[in-house]
Design a protein around this ligand. Structure first.
Ligand code: ZN
Length: 96
C-alpha cells in the first residue's frame, strides 16, 4: 500500500525556496496522515523545513512563521530527519 497522499493536480504546490513541485507527501511514521495547517514539511529537493498551509483551495506549503520556525528548530525529530535527508542527498545515491 502506498504511503503517499496525492494532492489535487489542478492545484499543485511548489516549494517557495527552490520551486520544486511538491505533489505528494509521506508521513514520518509510515501512516497516511493528512497534514494540519502549520505542520512541518520538508522539501525533498532543497531540504528546507516548510509549513503546510491548508486553505479552501487545497494543501500548499509556505515559509514558516517565526513562531513555527522556532518550534521546528526545537523539534529533535525534525532535526534528525533533516540531517538524514542531507546525508542521503549528498551521497552518491541521491534521494529515492
Ligand atoms: Zn525546495
Amino acid at each position: 500500500m502506498s504511503r503517499e497522499i496525492k494532492i489535487k493536480q489542478d492545484n499543485v504546490p511548489h516549494c517557495p525556496v527552490c520551486n520544486s513541485v511538491l505533489d505528494a507527501h509521506t508521513g514520518t511514521d509510515g501512516t497516511s496522515v493528512l497534514p494540519m495547517d502549520g505542520d512541518a514539511s520538508i522539501c525533498f529537493n532543497c531540504v528546507t523545513v516548510l509549513a503546510y498551509e491548508i486553505t479552501s483551495d487545497g494543501i500548499g506549503v509556505r515559509i514558516p512563521t517565526e513562531e513555527e520556525q522556532k518550534a521546528f528548530d526545537a523539534d529533535k525529530d525534525i532535526s534528525r530527519i533533516v540531517e538524514i535527508m542531507k546525508q542521503v542527498k549528498n551521497s552518491d545515491q541521491g534521494m529515492p
